[in-house]
Design a protein around this ligand. Structure first.
Ligand SMILES: [Zn+2]
Length: 498
């Protein structure tokens, strides 16, 4: 049974049915973490070397302190991964990757959920919500537990729940050891005894679910060197997952290409309460598109972090790619257009925002010249479309666009095809049907509609991928206009259905 062909209803039926077969055969029920197909691997050389890594902390930080992780934010992040076709890996796949025995597709995320000390982390309702976010998106997480907490009091997750989730392929299990502080309080033998006890207890309690060999130890910190973690290896763990790394620089990528690294660092995609409040103030924002992360600072979105720590793919690595031409005129790529490519995203519509009383100057060329250092993929004027970016179609039929490095759509540039429409104040002129401005906007809209329909046909993206900048901006952008973006989408629907 292929996971692509599984509808949600089928999946739920399937995962329930799998409970019956517990103890008979674990093979069919691990369908969420099937081996990767050749197409998924894409045969791009870099795909073997690196992995995106991050951690969700369902623990005591949940709704407390300045950083926060709400069920809605977690769901938004899982939806992001699911909708963009990210792969998640099991404990075993990750172990094989680290040990150099397995290649992973470039868009792989190893998802860890560490349950901290304290009952609140083990709240069954909360975990059920998280499990449904995973299953809706066909994702898999490594759930790190302290066996002493399981089933300890009413309302807390039990061994039966874990077996069910494990058997339906939603989770692998890891042991969550100790934090940095109490690790240093123990000597080698005590550490060894403790992590071996955790491993054995989980294996015993999960024996019916065939958790035969627990592979992962969760650590609060990734600062421990491999040498210091001999006790964990001796206890039989294949690798450890450390704590949060700051979401800057290349630390994760660099560490993960070293195959003998035992203690992997993780990203922690929290947000701050202040950020979520800011997003809440603007009804124009769509948190599904821009779930913000900012334990580090207020400047990175989930999308940015994921694309930053994803193995990059460059045009020369695409297999037998063809270039696709779409504009009336092709210009050299601008400097703000990166060399990294993305292949799944949004169409983001802007207006240049220059005040100009003469609408007949709203041309593709002037829009292009007004960009400054910012890059976009296309500019559109009443005269036509300028293509400012190469577009590639690989031999698997996947379409790739260069990521924008200096661009207008903060937080979504990395996976957006940006289209800049010449002119400004579209909303104002939309009601003045006799004005020259209206006539020019109508012509620009015709050109934009044809371009976007061609893009949708090329990529297979749905109309809900077409958004106005204002709909994906958390800093309160207003282009191309609240009314205008709906007007444009109505023209797209007409074109697609007519
Ligand atoms: Zn804009």
């Amino acid at each position: 049974m292929s996971k692509e062909k599984l509808t949600r209803r089928e999946f739920l039926k399937f995962s329930t049915a799998s409970l019956v077969s517990t103890g008979l055969n674990i093979l069919p029920i691990r369908s969420l973490v099937e081996p990767f197909s050749a197409k998924e691997n894409l045969n791009y050389p870099v795909s073997a070397k690196s992995i995106t890594y991050w951690q969700y902390d369902g623990g005591h930080k949940y709704q407390s302190g300045e950083t926060t992780m709400t069920p809605a934010l977690f769901k938004a992040q899982m939806d992001y991964l699911g909708q963009r076709g990210y792969h998640t890996v099991s404990d075993n796949q990750l172990a094989e990757f680290i040990e150099g025995d397995m290649n992973l597709p470039y868009n792989t995320v190893a998802l860890g959920i560490k349950l901290n000390q304290g009952k609140s982390s083990y709240d069954k309702e909360q975990l059920l919500e998280m499990m449904s976010s995973l299953s809706e998106n066909k994702l898999h997480a490594i759930l790190f537990i302290d066996p002493d907490q399981i089933g300890s009091t009413p309302g807390v997750v039990g061994w039966g729940d874990l077996a069910k989730w494990y058997n339906s392929g939603l989770i692998s299990l890891g042991a969550f050891g100790f934090d940095e502080k109490n690790l240093s309080d123990l000597d080698f033998s005590q550490r060894y005894q403790e992590v071996r006890r955790l491993k054995r207890t989980i294996e015993e309690r999960m024996a019916n679910a065939k958790v035969a060999n627990l592979k992962v130890l969760g650590l609060a910190s990734s600062k421990e060197s491999n040498r210091h973690l001999v006790f964990a290896r001796k206890a039989g763990y294949r690798f450890a997952l450390g704590g949060n790394i700051k979401a800057k620089g290349n630390e994760v990528r660099d560490n993960l290409v070293i195959f003998d690294r035992f203690n992997l660092p993780t990203l922690a995609p929290y947000s701050t309460k202040a950020t979520l409040r800011k997003m809440g103030y603007s009804s124009q924002n769509n948190p599904m598109l821009t779930p913000l992360i900012s334990e580090v600072d207020d400047k990175r979105t989930f999308g940015e972090i994921i694309s930053h720590y994803q193995t990059p793919v460059y045009s020369h690595q695409l297999n037998q790619a063809q270039e696709v031409k779409m504009g009336d005129k092709i210009e050299e790529p601008r400097e703000g257009l990166g060399r990294k490519l993305f292949q799944d995203g949004l169409v983001i519509v802007h207006t240049t925002g220059r005040k100009d009383d003469n609408p007949w100057s709203w041309m593709s060329e002037t829009a292009y010249k007004s960009l400054g250092r910012k890059a976009v993929h296309f500019t559109v004027g009443h005269d036509g479309v300028v293509q400012l970016s190469p577009i590639y179609k690989d031999r698997y039929g996947k379409v790739w666009f260069p990521m924008i490095e200096h661009g207008g759509a903060w937080g979504v540039n990395e996976w957006g095809v940006s289209i800049e429409l010449a002119g400004s104040n579209y909303d104002k002129y939309l009601n003045r049907k006799k004005s020259e401005h209206y006539e020019v906007i109508r012509r620009i809209t015709d050109n934009a509609t044809n371009l976007i329909v061609d893009l949708m046909k090329l990529t297979g993206w749905d109309i809900d991928r077409v958004v106005g900048h204002l709909e994906v901006s958390f800093r309160g952008k207003s282009d191309p206009g609240v009314k205008y973006i709906d007007y444009l989408r109505s023209k797209l629907v007409q074109n697609l259905t007519g």
